[in-house]
Design a protein around this ligand. Sequence first.
Ligand SMILES: Cc1cc2nc3c(=O)[nH]c(=O)nc-3n(C[C@H](O)[C@H](O)[C@H](O)COP(=O)(O)O)c2cc1C
Ligand code: SF4
Length: 449
Amino acid sequence: MSLKEPVLCKRIPTQPWGNPKDRKIITYDQYVKTGGYEALDKALGMEPAQIVDLVKDSQLRGRGGAGFPCGLKWTFLPEPDGGRRYLCVNADEAEPGTFKDRLLIDYDPHLVLEGIAIACYACQLDTAYFFIRGEYRHQAQVVENAIQEAYEKGIFGDKGLMGGKSKFKVECYLHRSAGAYICGEETGLIEAIEGKRAWPRIKPPFPAVEGLFGRPTIVNNVETLAALGPIVEQGAEWFKKMGCESSIKGPPSFGPKLMGVSGHVNTPGVYECDLGIPLSTLVNEYAGGMRGGKKFKGAIAGGISMGILGPDQFDAEMDFDIGKKYNVMGLGTACPTIFDEDTDMVAVARNIARFFKNESCGQCTPCREGAQWIYKLLCRIERGDATSKDLDLLLEIAGSMGIMPGTTICGLADGNNWAVRTIVNKYREEFEARVRPSCVAVGMTVGTS
Ligand SMILES: Cc1cc2nc3c(=O)[nH]c(=O)nc-3n(C[C@H](O)[C@H](O)[C@H](O)COP(=O)(O)O)c2cc1C
Ligand code: SF4
């Protein structure tokens, strides 16, 4: 198996990294031998603005969850004024069910570092912080070693990018997270790098204008950055041949995407697919089909904050339209967790609610208190102690928390909101079978939670 092209240049899932059993970290020398850092070399021969235009033209959308157009975000930066400008690499990856960035870091760290160097040059950012999930100890070591190699080879450091090919100097540091889901929210991440508690900031100002240490900052996901080298090397048209146009007259979903499949499938793993692949194809042709030949019951769309695809949505296309078309929040990280026919959806909802109640940072009352109440109500429903009024109350609380209803600072509460509401609404009978009519049970439920 050749290690030649980085994964994002290939159309075969994860094959450039070789067979999982004998996969090894691709070192600097191996990476260079197989064409690595040629994209950076090419980029440094272009004007920074040309690279921004190329990325805009490719219509690359952020791979961290929100799908925001990468090139457009870069244009929000003010003109350089001689002061510091930052890139924050978001490798927090704490969304349950999501493990795609880990694979990129594990096996192809220089693909990500090359993307970092390209982004820094294009946006004229002189300092990059690689912010990595606290639990990713092994991966942190891999990144640390790769950064050291890159410095030794002159990619970063004093001489300027690529040993002085460009006079523009970039410093790159690893920063390990203390370990909390909220550290992945871009302004929480910025606060954490500043050495503070990872409390998300009210926006505006957006990080591009006033970010890390009050300076212009771009926050990009690992996979977004990993796509830059291949785009520079092979062009925007190449990238746009993969993926799909929007079927609802929205922005397109171009390019390949790493999709991590977990849950009740035969071969869970990370697969590289075109955006737009039906979930059923991803499960049956990539992830080995449903475990034990069981029936599909539902799937977390792409990280638990996106909500759930119901039993009749197995053919949902995995692209950025998925939210509007299938009543989930969005594609998120495109890492679905699959449930078979035996799954207790009330238990799934309770488990998800437990996560959000533990991870709310506590700044906003609707999120902090709402998350506690949602969890308590779901425990009550699961135990069989709830009434139908509790079910209504659950939906009311969930529906009122989040940025979208305008009651919270960040999107963690929206994640809780969508996860709970979509599960209850799409599996309503299962929840109703566990509650008693409110008139019979009012007296009986007092003091049960
Ligand atoms: C609660 C919460 C957690 C998040 N966690 C991550 C994460 O672990 N990794 C990530 O890339 N983006 C995460 N995001 C999204 C980031 O705020 C941000 O949109 C993203 O890093 C931008 O990168 P992109 O444009 O390349 O996708 C999170 C958002 C929220 C609200
Ligand atoms: S929505 Fe929740 S996690 Fe986000 S800032 Fe408010 S309390 Fe913190």
